[in-house]
Design a protein around this ligand. Structure first.
Ligand code: TZP
Ligand code: MG
Length: 217
């Protein structure tokens, strides 16, 4: 079944926020998040597992879904809602085999060619970006801009697409107007840990005010 992506898809960052994954998840849910990705490039697998278990308890208690970045093993062991994989991560087909057909699998793409190739994979959504400059990722791929996003939107057909990279209150509406189904956000939500719930609810309200783009039947 087609995944119904919420318009705002927050991603956690313990370094930026100074908070545990569970604390970030609680604040993001307070601000209206219903699908959250746990991303951790720093912690040991053991520590990420421990924190993800706690975060999953918080999320599921509130009816929100959690996607684990990179770590298929952690998603599988904790029965998380899914996994997000990049171009050089664990293969998507193998992740689908391990996690089953109900799991949500997201896949990062950074240009039209990668988006085209991704269409043959068993994924539930594509991520595309970085749309704008970002400081939240080490060695990011080249900035795509909005024109490349529009091209990716024509390629992905009815597969949900989440745009990522440098998305903020000031540009979220143009990203959605370009045809993204959702946007993934880190720094705009987490840079001020005292304002996570407030910033989440602000950007969600703005995103929800944007007209839905109806594809050609
Ligand atoms: N992948 C492409 S850009 C990015 C990731 C994980 C970081 C997005 O973070 P921000 O702070 O919303 O630009
Ligand atoms: Mg990855």
């Amino acid at each position: 079944m087609r995944l119904d992506l919420p318009k705002i898809y927050p991603i956690t960052d313990t370094q930026l926020s100074g908070l545990t994954h569970a604390e970030q998840v609680a604040r993001l849910i307070e601000g209206g998040a219903s699908l959250i990705q746990l991303r951790d490039k720093i912690s040991s697998p053991r520590e990420f597992y421990r924190q993800a278990a706690a975060a999953l308890q918080v999320a599921h208690h509130h009816g929100a879904r959690l996607i684990i970045n990179d770590r298929v093993d952690i998603a599988l062991a904790l029965k998380a809602d899914g996994v997000h994989l990049g171009q050089t991560d664990f293969p998507v087909e193998a992740a689908r085999h391990l996690l089953g057909k109900e799991a949500i699998i997201g896949f990062s793409t950074h240009n039209a060619e990668q988006a085209r190739l991704a269409m043959a994979l068993p994924v539930d959504y594509l991520a595309f970006g970085p749309i704008f400059p970002t400081r939240s990722k080490d060695n990011p791929d080249p900035i795509t801009g909005l024109i490349a996003l529009e091209e990716a939107v024509t390629i992905k057909a009815s597969l949900p697409l989440v745009a990522i990279g440098g998305i903020k209150l000031e540009n979220v509406l143009e990203v959605l107007k370009a045809g993204a189904d959702a946007v993934a956000v880190i720094s705009e939500l987490l840079a001020d840990p005292a304002k996570i719930a407030e910033n989440m609810s602000k950007i969600l309200a703005l995103a929800l005010s944007s007209p839905n783009i109806v594809g050609i039947a």
